[in-house]
Design a protein around this ligand. Structure first.
Ligand SMILES: [Ca+2]
Ligand SMILES: [Ca+2]
Length: 250
């Protein structure tokens, strides 16, 4: 019921009951009762409105928290997406660089393959002229053991009997190695492994020295810094038990 209507009703009753003392007292009690009820209603309405306000406030706070959390989540997704894009771009750049590097390596490989082919052809030509195929042993051994290494592979220590072959082997060898020449049987009489005599030697300056009276096996010395070294001056006699690689010819 409307509060004003209640008060109007009370006043109207007061006006109507002004005829006698008993009736007037009774009407006053009723008015007080109505006022108390009205006050109670007012309190209830106020409390109700307060509760509604509190609920609304709680609802708004919850909504705010939810929206904030969603916004943070979206922000996080956005950052992740940006990082992902950056990673993709970086990978793309790396891929491009690698492709360029791959092409360069491919070109280098092609160039090296071509050079290798040329060297193989040159080696074949020289080998054909020298009746053999050249290779270096992989182990350091005495002259006799190096020779055995070659023989175990169907070859022998190399015989160098032309300037062309000497030049070619000097250009290939990058370390010292035994060749098939020695004066083991007769000091000063050099013989090849096929027992043919030495016609032309390509000695380093001052060699063969037979130093200590015990140098009977011949090596091709790669050391280009050595005094007097040249492609046609690279032989040295050394102690046969010294460990070196062997230059084999098949
Ligand atoms: Ca000697
Ligand atoms: Ca010597």
């Amino acid at each position: 019921m409307d509060l004003e209507a209640i008060y109007e009703n009370v006043e109207r009753r007061d006006t109507e009951n002004t005829t006698g003392p008993q009736t007037q007292s009774h009407s006053q009690d009723e008015g007080k009762d109505l006022k108390r009820r009205g006050s109670r209603c007012l309190v209830l309405i106020t409390v109700g409105l307060g509760l509604i306000c509190v609920l609304l406030l709680v609802f708004i706070i919850l909504q705010h928290i939810t929206i904030t959390a969603e916004r943070d989540l979206i922000k996080s997704y956005k950052n992740t997406a940006e990082e992902f894009n950056q990673t993709i771009n970086s990978l793309q750049d790396s891929y491009t660089d690698l492709m360029i590097e791959k092409h360069q390596l491919q070109n280098n490989f092609n160039t090296l393959s071509q050079k290798n082919l040329e060297l193989e052809t040159e080696l074949r030509n020289v080998s054909e002229r020298g009746n053999g195929m050249l290779f270096m042993s992989t182990e350091l051994k005495s002259w006799s053991d190096s020779r055995q290494y070659c023989r175990d592979r169907g070859a022998d220590l190399v015989i160098i009997n032309t300037e062309e072959k000497q030049r070619f082997i000097s250009s290939l060898v990058s370390e010292r190695g035994w060749i098939g020449l020695s004066d083991t049987e007769n000091e000063g009489i050099m013989k090849w492994v096929d027992n043919s005599p030495l016609n032309q030697g390509f000695w380093l300056k001052g060699e063969p020295s037979n130093y200590g009276g015990n140098e009977d096996c011949i090596e091709l010395n790669y050391n280009r810094e050595k005094t007097g070294w040249s492609p046609l001056n690279s032989w040295n006699d050394d102690v046969c038990s010294e460990k070196k690689k062997g230059i084999c010819e098949k």
